[in-house]
Design a protein around this ligand. Structure first.
Ligand code: ATP
Ligand code: PRP
Length: 219
């Protein structure tokens, strides 16, 4: 259970955890333990404890109050919200790390097939479904868990919906970005009950993240 008198912050393991470390340092809540092995780690502050979670599970932990706050990509958050038909979370702050975009891509020289639905491979079926539906296109969504770039190369899909940052992965695989769907960055999310019950402590942490983001942008 989360700390009664303190705060539990859920961190997305992987890229977001790595990119958030300088910010956690600046705020004074960096992990004070082995983040490669431990799933619960104390922070430098006695009243803040950290839990390390797969990115896709962070919204669930925070919604259920197993963590008071979390850091998660907007991609994961949107997919979760569309899938659940809403969410029991506040999203008070864009902390500006892990910046990328969600885009549609296909093989270079791609021509849309005639006479059948487009096949779209993605880790984000709900985001993709809404994107194509808004354009009036009926598509077949193929859910994958990684390496989306392979799907068009082996005939599994016509297009992919995936994250793009430098574009290096697309280029290396002979793919091109066709259209950006939206910009993505990491967000601070807060459990609704915690926001009421622990308002002062949570507001102070939100303010600290905002200040750390602003000072990083200045430097
Ligand atoms: P899992 O390991 O659970 O499958 P994952 O592989 O999606 O998750 P990461 O690759 O660490 O996990 O990505 C975590 C988050 O970082 C994504 O949800 C997205 O918000 C952001 N992200 C992903 N790829 C990039 C990128 N190339 N550049 C910047 N940010 C990215
Ligand atoms: C992400 C994303 C793309 C790549 C884009 O994958 O799924 O494959 O980054 O970044 P780029 O435009 O700078 O090449 P990641 O490296 O996180 O690997 P994973 O999805 O397989 O975990």
């Amino acid at each position: 259970m989360p700390l009664m008198n303190g705060l539990t912050l859920a961190l997305s393991k992987g890229r977001i955890l790595e990119e958030s470390l300088p910010m956690l340092e600046a705020i004074g809540i960096a992990p004070a333990g082995d983040i490669d092995r431990l799933l619960r780690v104390p922070s430098q502050r006695a009243d803040v404890s950290l839990v390390m979670i797969r990115p896709a599970d962070v919204p669930t932990y925070v919604e259920h109050g197993a963590a008071d706050l979390g850091i998660v990509g907007k991609d994961v958050l949107m997919e979760h919200q569309f899938d659940q038909g809403g969410s029991e979370l506040y999203e008070p702050l864009d902390i500006g790390i892990a910046q990328c975009r969600m885009s549609v891509a296909a093989v270079r020289g791609y021509v849309a097939p005639r006479g059948r639905r487009l096949r779209i491979a993605t880790k984000y079926p709900e985001i993709a479904r809404r994107f194509y539906a808004a354009r009036g296109e009926q598509v077949e969504i193929i859910k994958l868990y990684g390496s989306m770039e392979l799907a068009p190369l082996v005939g599994l899909a016509d297009q992919i919906v995936d994250l793009v940052a430098t574009g290096n992965t697309l280029r290396a695989n002979g793919l091109v970005e066709i259209e950006k769907i939206c910009d993505i960055s990491s967000r601070l999310v807060v459990n609704k009950a915690s926001m009421k019950m622990k308002h002062a402590a949570i507001q102070a942490l939100i303010d600290a993240f905002r200040a750390a983001d602003a000072s990083r942008n200045r430097s």
